[in-house]
Write a protein that binds this ligand. Sequence first.
Ligand code: GLY
Length: 344
Amino acid sequence: MAELVVGGVTAVWIGHRADAALVRADSAAQRIAYMTQPGIPGTIARRLAAAEGAAAFLIEVPDGDAAKSLAVTEEVCGRLAAAGMERGDLIVAVGGGAVTDLAGFVAAVYLRGIRVHYVPTTLLGAVDAAIGGKTGVNLEAKNLVGVFRHPARVIVDLDILGALSPAARRPGAAEALKAGMVGDAELVRLLERDGLDAPIDEVIERAIRVKAAVVEQDFREAGLRAVLNYGHTVGHALEVAARIGHGEAIAVGMVAAGRASALLLGFDAEDRQRAAIARLGLPIAAPAVDADRIRALLGADKKRSGGVPRMVLLAAIGNPLVAAVDDATVTAALTAVGIGGPIR
Ligand code: GLY
């Protein structure tokens, strides 16, 4: 069992068999709204809510990103109001990143802010989405409307996460490897050695510590926090253009960023990184995709400056920086993952 604090605000508990009392923690809420999604998260939320008796009720939102909309936000706020939720009450989000992003946003705006706790049910949620305080919903673009607001508590139940299949763990493993690449060489070694069998408690705690250290220095993403987007520039473009999952996309994105890092900064762990990605069963090359569309998406990336694309690069494992990337390097990075040319 481990307890750590993120941003001086979020108490993160990592352990086994979290019960309703642990999830509620020191909240004196009269009413607890359990927000969740269909499937296993809903089953877990129902078990926790049942232990709270009449104090708790369930709000099930649509699966995945369909939950992240202003329409769902309005509906959920209406349900909270109808249930008489007051400022001293509590929202508990049980589910993946879409549910915690929505619940965090609702908790920030309902009555101008009530307390929220997260119980991530995916590895991706535990190492990334539940940590860091970015909340929000989608409009024309992803996360166009949202606020920075830490949850009061994150409960990482290793029994829930340990029961996930290897395929379900892969997206989170990709983010954990990313965390290692930007801030924890020992985490990289663990994943290189054991792949998806690496001790899940240590992987989660180390990945959270990397993210916490960055978020503590730059909560509102004025600069440094961008390093958490290592692998995400090409990765996000692939998510859009090739419609592949986040974990697969950032795995390929890390291979591309590794190539650019080697060319511009002499990064010497490119092959190690590629082998670690493959060891996790994640792709090291892109699926067939329109290279021009990828280039157009890279041109529109949030990190561009003066029309020049910028990427998170590594001078070494644990030494990231954001840098402008010239066209030849972009081409080489894309070629390294088979976009617009052969895999080198
Ligand atoms: N909620 C994810 C983050 O803050 O990065």
